[in-house]
Design a protein around this ligand. Structure first.
Ligand code: ZN
Ligand code: ZN
Length: 369
């Protein structure tokens, strides 16, 4: 991990000049782990397990007494600073000590109240350094995975599919969405996941029309299409997959929807290669779905990056100008959602390679329609 953290830090520091920074404050938990090896979960932006202060040649991990031992074990490249009560004052002291003028912070995560406390603490410490709002500074680095990360994600995908294989026989009449969600969740834990990557989605019959339905007490019934979207966090990295299953015979319309989503997914996957913009991949699936008359029912982006976070850069949607690079791991997950009828979504994770892509999922749990 240290060697990876070291090269990641070097990459980050190289990017300082783009915003004239001489230090960077890391508050996002995934970024903290990525750059230090210290893995902890925050109770939310207001309850941090620690911040990294990264200068051009000095690095600090500012945390509280609960994490002191763990932080020193996991983040040997950092000087561990344990604050008693006032984290902001500790950070301000460090910034003063390294004599920095511009420190970048993660504007999408650092709360306004923490920002204010930090500004006050800097004034109090007599430090004139300016807080510079940045976005995606570390996330842009995280988009491209190294071989170790790729191996971890591949394993996570494999384990997730094994869990699904055990749950599929339970997809039958009278079993509720909640029952299935529980089996998925406990299956993930049994197979070694630290936790779920997100709460499983099990959406049956008309509930399938809600892309992010919460599993409820509805029992599966003949004629249902059941959307199952779930993933686990293995070794800190996420898996994310969706399949849609039929209970008994479904309508011809539902079959047509399924066939359309499957073909859109295939076409999009075939179009994935380095140099393509995310929005171009999205368009392949979107245009096909529209050509089949379902354009208005595909209500979300085609996919997203997956790694330490289940949703990370690059987005694969109408607006994504980010170009794909080898080593990115993205999902391809078209869907069609029709009110009162139901929905179909199919999601695989794919790795962008030098000349195209490789689907990390096996070609399992699909109907041949
Ligand atoms: Zn998903
Ligand atoms: Zn997804």
């Amino acid at each position: 991990m240290d060697e990876f953290c070291f090269s990641r830090l070097t990459n980050l520091i190289t990017r300082f000049s783009t915003r004239s920074l001489d230090a960077f404050l890391v508050s996002i938990p995934e970024n903290r782990y990525y750059l230090s090896g210290f893995y902890a979960e925050d109770g939310g932006p207001q309850e941090t397990a620690g911040y990294l202060v990264i200068g051009t040649d000095k690095r600090y991990l500012v945390t509280d007494g609960r994490y002191e031992i763990q932080a020193s074990n996991e983040a040997p490249l950092y000087e561990i600073v344990v604050y008693q009560e006032d984290m902001a004052a500790s950070v301000a002291d460090i910034l003063k000590e390294i004599g920095c003028e511009k420190v970048g912070f993660e504007a999408q995560y650092l709360s306004f109240s923490t920002y204010s406390r930090l500004s006050d603490a800097l004034k109090k410490a007599g430090c004139r350094c300016e807080l510079v709002a940045t976005e995606d500074f570390v996330e842009n680095l995280r988009m491209v995975k190294d071989p170790t990360e790729i191996a971890i994600v591949e394993e996570a995908v494999l384990k997730t599919e094994e869990v699904l294989a055990k749950v599929v026989p339970e997809l039958k009449e009278n079993v509720t969405e909640k029952d299935i969600a529980y089996l998925l969740e406990s299956g993930l834990k049994k197979s070694g996941a630290e936790k779920v990557a997100f709460d499983p989605i099990v959406a049956s019959g008309p509930n399938g029309a809600l892309p992010h339905a919460i599993p409820g007490k509805r029992a599966l019934a003949p004629g249902d299409a059941v959307v199952i979207d779930f993933g686990g966090r293995f070794n800190h990295y996420c898996s994310d997959m969706t399949r849609t299953f039929f209970i008994g015979q479904v309508s011809e319309e539902m079959k047509k929807i399924y066939g359309t989503v499957r073909k859109a997914q295939r076409l999009a996957i075939e179009s994935v290669k380095p140099g393509k913009m995310g929005k171009e991949i999205d368009k392949v699936a979107r245009d096909f779905i529209a050509s089949q008359g379902f354009g208005e029912y595909f209500v979300h982006g085609l996919g997203h990056g997956v790694g330490l976070a289940v949703h990370e850069k690059p987005g694969i949607n109408k607006r994504t100008k980010t170009t794909l690079q080898p080593g990115m791991i993205i999902t391809i997950e078209p869907g069609i959602y029709v009110k009162n009828l139901g929905g179909v979504r199919l999601e695989d994770m794919v790795l962008v390679t030098d000349d195209g892509c490789r689907v990390l999922n096996r070609d399992d749990f699909y109907y041949d329609i």
